[in-house]
Write a protein that binds this ligand. Structure first.
Ligand code: NI
Length: 285
């Protein structure tokens, strides 16, 4: 939260999960918003829209906005907008690009703005699948934020050669085992991409991440096989720095925004140097 004048401002996010059935009659029926409302029947397109709102607290409720109201407005106005667009494109046999989706999300944001009491609608995040998200924010309609997760497996030993064996054992515990231990890592790469660049391709992005970073660490012994860790300790923090350095400047016309690496589902490091541009939308992943 941050103070504006004497008023504390809060940022709240709410995810609305829904299904679009482009193949047959649409339905608004459903009762399990944890999974999907509309429920969808058979094969449907599942989407999850996260809505970010900013505002002061209502002293009577303790809410920025009642999340039930966010749900109601989103389901009455935003979900039908997205569903009708998708169904129309499907009917016309026309693909929906990321640029199309970004424009649609801006339209959806405009529809919500003013419907949620005094709160301001900020970023919208559309999860296209469990590993891929597209985001827009009101301050800049010319760029979108795209993020995708990747996996890799590696072995490492956390060991500082300037420490004694006892000091290493004390500092790194089981992670100092000289013969190593492994992790199944998850890497998330976030990029800013110009909305106008219809030629930006997800497949090409994936290929660059594979070639520039994953191929150097996947199924490797980080201490022995990766030159970056000849001296540096292969902590998740240093892995995130390596990922940034390997990817920065290679994703044009997109610009690297942030990298995150999960070493386990309990340990994650997010890295973006101080010199990187700021003004990033909120992180809802
Ligand atoms: Ni480890």
């Amino acid at each position: 939260m941050s103070p504006v004048g004497n008023v504390e401002m809060f940022r709240l996010t709410r995810q609305v999960r829904f299904s679009v059935n482009p193949f047959g009659p649409d339905s608004k029926e459903g009762a399990n918003s944890f999974a999907s409302v509309p429920s969808g029947e058979g094969l449907c397109l599942f989407l999850a829209l996260t809505i970010g709102v900013t505002g002061p607290l209502d002293p009577d409720t303790g809410f920025v906005v009642n999340v039930m109201e966010i749900d109601r407005q989103a389901r009455d106005h935003t979900v039908p907008l997205l569903a009708e667009y998708i169904r129309r494109r499907f009917r016309d046999g026309r693909a929906v690009s990321l640029s199309d989706l970004a424009a649609l999300l801006h339209e959806a944001r405009g529809v919500l703005e003013g419907r949620l009491a005094t709160a301001r609608v900020g970023c919208l995040y559309l999860a296209l699948n469990p590993y891929r998200t597209l985001a827009i924010w009101p301050e800049d309609t010319t760029v979108m934020l795209f993020s995708e997760k990747f996996e890799f497996a590696a072995t490492h030993t956390l060991w500082n050669s300037r420490f004694s064996p006892e000091e290493n054992a004390e500092m790194f515990g089981k992670c100092a085992n000289p013969t190593g231990h492994g992790h199944n890592y998850v890497l998330e790469v976030k990029v800013r991409c110009p909305v106008a660049r219809e030629d930006w391709r997800i497949a090409r992005f994936q290929q660059i991440v594979e070639e520039a970073f994953l191929s150097r660490v996947d199924h490797r012994n980080l201490n022995l096989d990766v030159p970056q860790f000849a001296e540096a300790i292969p902590s998740v923090e240093n892995l995130a720095v390596m990922a940034w350095r390997c990817l920065q400047g290679r994703l044009a016309p997109a610009v690297l925004e942030e990298v995150a690496i999960w070493e386990t589902d309990k340990t994650c490091c997010v890295y973006r140097p101080e010199t990187a541009h700021s003004g990033t939308p909120d992180n809802a992943s």
